[in-house]
Design a protein around this ligand. Structure first.
Ligand code: SAH
Length: 216
């Protein structure tokens, strides 16, 4: 699959739409303008690649809505060479946006099928990331602490392991809530034992589950 003028044109329009919806972080908008979202889509939904909506991918999961990706990424305030841990690789699109912004990505997925597929997709686009198949509730202490942690599935509460793997001054972004709607929550680790919480609107995500799924 190639990135042609038509896709580039649609991406530009998507970026303008995100601007109108209130996204102001130019680095985030530039990354969305650059990463070809259609490469991450299920072929059945290819024509909708630049529609600002979430779409099904395999294993019953979804590729996040571009607006949601933009909000989560803006809240992370990513700088070049930041170490970012992502829980819920899914299609790999969010990881590619972070890689495009110059971050070093560690990403965990509980579906083996998605974990394998996302690696192929990112590699084919020339992005590098460290991919892990496992339960993201435990994080990846070996490579931490992290400048940022992004959870791209709905969590009823923030796993303690993840709060501990955040650097002091680091930022964790998570949609908090049950299976209905969730509140986008930014957590800043202000000290060894202190965390600052703020809310950033309502969203709907697939749930953060436990354990792994090996096979189709
Ligand atoms: N960031 C993704 C969005 C994927 S949807 C993208 O850009 O496409 C959320 C993903 O989180 C799903 O793929 C789901 O399988 C995964 N997930 C849910 N619970 C998880 C857990 N405990 N550990 C790792 N991944 C998890």
């Amino acid at each position: 699959m190639i990135d042609d003028f038509e896709a580039k044109g649609k991406r530009k329009k998507l970026v303008e739409e995100l601007r109108k919806k209130g996204i102001t972080d130019e680095k985030v908008l530039l990354a969305i303008n650059t990463v070809p979202r259609h490469i991450f889509m299920d072929p059945a939904f290819l024509v909708h690649a630049y529609v600002d909506k979430a779409f099904p991918i395999s294993s019953g999961q979804t590729i996040s809505q571009p607006y949601t990706v933009a909000i989560q990424t803006s809240l992370l305030q990513v700088k070049k060479r930041d170490k970012i841990l992502e829980i819920g690789t899914g299609s790999g699109y969010q990881a590619a946006i972070l890689a495009e912004m110059g971050a070093k990505i560690y990403t965990i997925e509980r579906y083996r099928e998605l974990y394998l597929k996302a690696q192929v997709t990112l590699t084919s686009l020339g992005y590098s990331a460290d991919f892990f198949y496992g339960d993201g509730n435990d994080g990846k202490p070996l490579y931490g602490p992290y400048d940022g942690i992004i959870i791209t599935a709905a969590a009823e509460e923030i796993p303690d392991a993840l709060l501990k793997q955040l650097k002091v001054g680091g930022r964790l972004v998570v949609p908090l809530g049950d299976s209905g709607t969730q509140v986008m929550t930014l957590v800043i680790r202000t000290g060894e034992d202190t965390y600052d919480y703020s809310s950033h609107g309502y969203f709907v995500f697939v749930p953060l589950l436990r354990g792994t799924v090996n096979g189709k």
